[in-house]
Design a protein around this ligand. Structure first.
Ligand code: NAG
Ligand code: NAG
Ligand code: NAG
Ligand code: NAG
Ligand code: NAG
Ligand code: NAG
Ligand code: NAG
Ligand code: NAG
Ligand code: NAG
Length: 883
């Protein structure tokens, strides 16, 4: 009894019913068919076959020799052969997770006139399917697809050139021909009949090909003219089920034998039964089924005119590979055993997993985008290892997970166009080499978002724009942008001029976890860059010098490395509960505070009522993270906790220029040389925003209250909240909501809402007039309320002395002053096009400084007596000479 249960478990009877399936989903490929002849309807199936031209990138088309043509029909007559490359693949679009009957037909037919038998390998994806060594065969698999593409690859193993004539795919019901593991490789498929007809589509809805089988002198045929109900899962053709055999001797067993190679091969058998005879009342047909003597199913009686399928649930093996299936009449049976049809399959394991399908999709996308026609770029990108795509590396260490692409080398591949977004989906990429191509456009930000990607070589291309700061800030990133003549750095800190041939790999050490640490790393980066730059021969680009921090007065690194994100409670602590107000800005109140108990900071709390508050805040943080210059106020940290937004800047001990000009700060009057130095430094900061950054940035709110002075009276521009980067390369303006401070506002910008860097130049001109005249920018009581109009009026009257700040007591070089006035007026030209650039302004101001310095030492003594602070800073050294 126990035994019987085991037997019963091995074979299963199928009564399951399904609807006949329409041949939709059939894939019929006539390999080597000229596209102009495609599609056509093949005889006798009537199925439409199409050319393979769009499914394979390589190979040549051929046709079997004339002498063979009478033996074959389309689609077998033409073929495709692959003289080039080792592995050539068909890439078929299939339905994922579908049970497919896959057939590949190979008929040599002396197509090449060489008359040698073929010998090559056939792969399904990364796995060996079979070795082809006969000149006329159909290979068939029943296989469940794991993705929506299927690769059928032909692999050269010697001198024999692989070829293929036909590729056919037929979807089967998911529950038919199920295996425990692996796929089913065709062994035989027979219907038991003395006919010589093969049966396939349309008789067989799944286009299985049935060959007849009959053993003379030991079998006798049974037939019916009635219809057999064949509506079970396996949808057997009428022609198959209306015939069957029984042993000639009614007492004999019905024997079927086959051999397995190698002998340990596992197999599945499927037997299809239907009673075709009309049994008399006293008749019974009952039999046992045994395999090599072992019973494998309970006594069975076929159902009258109704198909039942009995198959193995678990794979079987036969001793020595010799199988004997016997249908043995039971004692109570009056009739011999009957069998209508039988199929046998061996189990084929496909252990190698296909490469991660997202990776495959992405790399194919990359291939398509750049029109890459590398012969090795066929089939699975990573596996098997010997067919790894040229230029790829993969992680294939874990057999149970799909291989992933870890590096992509497309150097010197003639790539044109932009860096494709398709790369983004190669999520495990660690290394990307796109060097020595003709790539254009900007370096995309997404590269920084690719977690594993830490080595990027973009050298020797024609890329433009800036290196995304996020990329520079990425921890462990090695980036090479050498040899891109049009690339610029937002940071002013990478060497990229095309003429410098020295390869520069920029190491950046930072933590992605906190933006604050990023800035620290950024400074480290600057320091490293500085070291690097000092080794580069010839003058570095101007924006590098202006940020080199070589001035002994520069204190940025000390402060900047402490940049970090603060909690609101830390902000409260550092400001001692917002005790000391430093000032009120456009977006909130600025408080005095301490970081680490000693380092003074200015904390700007963004008022929540400020309409643009959060946007503004983001803009400012982003900008400050991107720029670093000794003449721009540095960001120490920020707070972004719910509604509490704060920016923490380095503290500028000496307040703003306006306070010093108006005398509200202290009793000292800034002398002319100090004023000049302050505006030179401010101009440098502004110049950096305009030309050291690409895309350029417009400050939008240049004014004396935004020029801050540190303890050494070094000037730094503050309040970048209004700045906006120019979004698109080549665009010379951006249109935004007009913002700025009355009096400083560029009238052209105001009129046109057309923002350019020249708007800053205008505002800077106003600043220049202020340090010259020391009068309010707008004063309604004046003959001309606006400072520019008033100075213009004075100048037309030819009286330069009258416009000068009387508190300077005439202590200035008049040549220097005259130059400054001239410069200011050119900055205020109503037409922005005619205003100088900030670089020109810096140059002109340096001439003013030189002219002032050429004066004798008498006034210098006077300076030091009148202002200790000033002499401390500018006693001997004039800073901006390195230009
Ligand atoms: C296959 O090879 C055999 C023996 O060499 C030859 O007789 C037969 O014509 C060949 N068939 C094809 C289709 O090449
Ligand atoms: C075939 O048999 C099934 C039940 O086994 C039945 O539902 C179906 O109607 C039959 N078909 C025909 C044509 O008799
Ligand atoms: C089959 O066996 C039965 C009894 O075992 C016997 O009576 C009968 O004659 C046999 N038939 C043939 C055809 O050998
Ligand atoms: C079937 O196989 C058995 C066992 O090998 C053998 O004894 C018998 O003669 C065979 N019968 C036929 C009809 O071949
Ligand atoms: C057929 O199988 C049944 C139960 O599995 C068994 O009792 C019987 O002896 C078998 N008959 C033959 C002829 O092997
Ligand atoms: C490859 O992937 C495995 C996990 O599948 C990981 O443990 C291993 O570190 C990876 N190797 C490399 C070189 O990335
Ligand atoms: C990346 O993959 C996602 C989903 O896997 C897909 O939607 C997207 O189109 C892909 N992007 C590219 C550029 O291929
Ligand atoms: C880039 O394109 C130019 C002209 O189209 C060509 O001469 C040059 O060889 C290309 N460079 C690379 C690296 O492909
Ligand atoms: C590089 O791009 C610029 C425009 O950005 C173009 O003028 C130049 O011809 C390009 N150089 C090459 C070698 O393609």
């Amino acid at each position: 009894m126990e035994r019987q249960c085991v037997f019963i478990a091995t074979f299963v009877l199928i009564l399951h019913l399904v609807q006949a399936q329409d041949p939709t989903g059939f894939i019929n490929v006539d390999c080597g068919l000229p596209p102009r002849d495609s599609p056509y309807n093949a005889v006798p199936t009537g199925l439409a076959y199409t050319s393979d031209a769009h499914l394979v990138n390589s190979g040549k088309t051929g046709r079997i020799a004339k002498e063979f043509e009478p033996d074959y029909t389309k689609p077998i007559l033409t073929l495709r052969y692959f003289p080039d490359g080792v592995r050539n693949c068909y890439n078929l679009k299939v339905i994922r997770d579908t049970n497919y009957l896959i057939k590949a037909t190979f008929v040599y037919g002396n197509y090449d006139g060489l008359n040698v038998d073929p010998n090559f390998d056939l792969f399904l994806g990364p796995n060996l399917w079979t070795t082809m060594s006969t000149n006329d065969t159909i290979e068939e698999l029943i296989h469940v697809t794991k993705s929506d593409s299927l690769q059928v690859c032909l692999v050269k193993t010697g001198i024999s050139i692989p070829f293929i004539n036909v590729l056919e795919l037929r979807p089967l019901p998911k529950t038919a021909y199920v295996t425990q593991s692996g796929s089913l490789k065709y062994l035989f498929r027979r219907y038991l009949s003395s006919s010589d007809r093969t049966i396939r589509y349309p008789s067989d809805v799944y286009d299985r090909k049935w060959y007849p089988m009959f053993v003379e002198n030991s079998w006798t045929q049974v037939m019916t003219t009635l219809n057999v109900n064949a509506s079970n899962l396996y949808e057997l053709p009428q022609d198959v089920m209306t015939t069957g055999v029984t042993p000639l001797n009614a007492n004999a067993t019905l024997n079927i034998t086959w051999t397995l190679e190698p002998p340990t091969t596992k197999f599945y058998s499927y037997m299809h039964f239907a009673e075709l005879e009309t049994l008399r009342a006293k008749d019974t047909r009952e039999f046992n089924m045994t395999l090599n003597g072992k019973q494998s199913f309970r006594p069975y009686s076929p159902k009258p005119l109704k198909t039942e399928t009995i198959f193995d649930v678990t794979p079987e093996q036969c001793d020595g590979g010799a199988c004997l299936l016997q249908l043995v009449k039971t004692l109570k049976s009056t009739l011999p055993p009957l069998l209508n049809a039988i199929e046998g399959f061996t189990v084929i394991d496909f252990p190698q997993m296909e490469t991660n399908e997202d990776d495959v999709a992405s790399i194919k996308n990359v291939q398509d985008t750049y029109g890459l026609s590398r012969i090795s770029w066929q089939g699975d990108p990573c596996v098997p290892k010997q067919f790894l795509w040229d230029g790829l590396s993969c992680n294939n260490s874990d057999i149970s997970t799909p291989p992933i692409i870890t590096s992509l080398d497309l150097s010197a591949s003639g790539l044109t166009g932009i860096i494709t977004h398709a790369i983004q989906n190669l999520t495990h990429l660690q290394k990307l080499d796109l060097s020595n191509n003709n790539l254009t456009g900007e370096i995309p930000e997404f590269l920084a978002d690719m977690k594993s990607l830490l080595i990027i070589d973009l050298s020797s291309n024609n890329l433009t724009g800036s290196v995304p700061p996020s990329l520079l800030q990425k921890k462990g990133m090695k980036l090479n942008v050498e040899g891109n003549p049009h690339i610029l750095c937002t940071t002013g800190s990478c060497v990229n001029k095309g003429h410098k041939k020295k390869s520069i790999i920029v190491p950046v050490v930072a933590s992605i976890a906190s933006i604050a640490v990023l800035i620290g790393a950024f400074v480290l980066f600057l320091v490293l860059r500085k070291k690097k730059a000092s080794k580069v021969e010839g003058p570095p680009p101007s924006y590098m010098q202006s940020s080199d921090g070589r001035s002994p007065r520069s204190s940025e690194p000390a402060i900047m490395t402490k940049n970090k994100r603060f909690t609101y409670s830390e902000v409260m602590t550092m400001t001692n509960n917002f005790q000391r107000i430093l000032g009120k800005g456009g977006f909130g109140i600025v408080y005095h505070g301490f970081v680490n108990g000693t380092e003074q900071v200015a904390v700007k709390i963004l008022s929540q009522s400020s309409s643009q508050g959060y946007k503004q805040f983001k803009a400012e943080v982003e900008l400050l993270l991107r720029v670093h210059h000794k003449n721009l106020v540095g960001l120490v940290g920020y707070c972004d906790e719910g509604e509490n937004l704060a920016l923490i800047y380095e503290y500028m001990t000496n307040g703003d220029l306006k306070e010093h000009m108006s005398g509200t700060r202290n009793r000292f009057v800034l002398n002319w040389r100090t004023r000049l130095n302050i505006v030179v430094e401010s101009a440098q900061g502004l110049e950096y925003l305009h030309s050291g950054c690409k895309p350029p940035m417009v400050h939008r709110d240049v004014k004396t209250t935004n020029i801050l002075l540190n303890e050494h009276f070094q000037a730094k521009l503050a309040d970048f909240g209004l700045s906006r980067s120019f979004p698109i390369e080549g665009e010379t303006h951006v249109s935004t909501v007009v913002a700025g401070t009355p009096g400083y506002l560029d009238p052209e910008y105001y009129r046109t809402n057309w923002l350019t860097e020249k708007s800053d130049v205008y505002s800077f001109g106003i600043v220049l007039l202020e340090i010259i005249t020391n009068i309010p920018v707008i004063d309604q009581s004046r003959e001309k309320p606006h400072i520019a109009e008033w100075v213009g009026l004075m100048l037309t009257r030819g009286d330069i002395k009258s416009i000068m700040d009387p508190s300077l007591n005439g202590d200035y070089d008049s040549g220097s002053v005259w130059k400054a006035v001239e410069l200011a007026m050119s900055c205020l030209n109503p037409s922005s096009a005619r205003r100088p650039t900030m670089s020109q302004v810096v140059m002109a101001l340096n001439e003013c400084v030189a002219s002032e310095n050429s004066r004798g030492g008498a006034s210098r003594d006077m300076d030091s007596k009148s202002s200790i602070e000033v002499s401390l800073t500018f006693g001997t050294e004039v800073s901006p000479t390195a230009r």
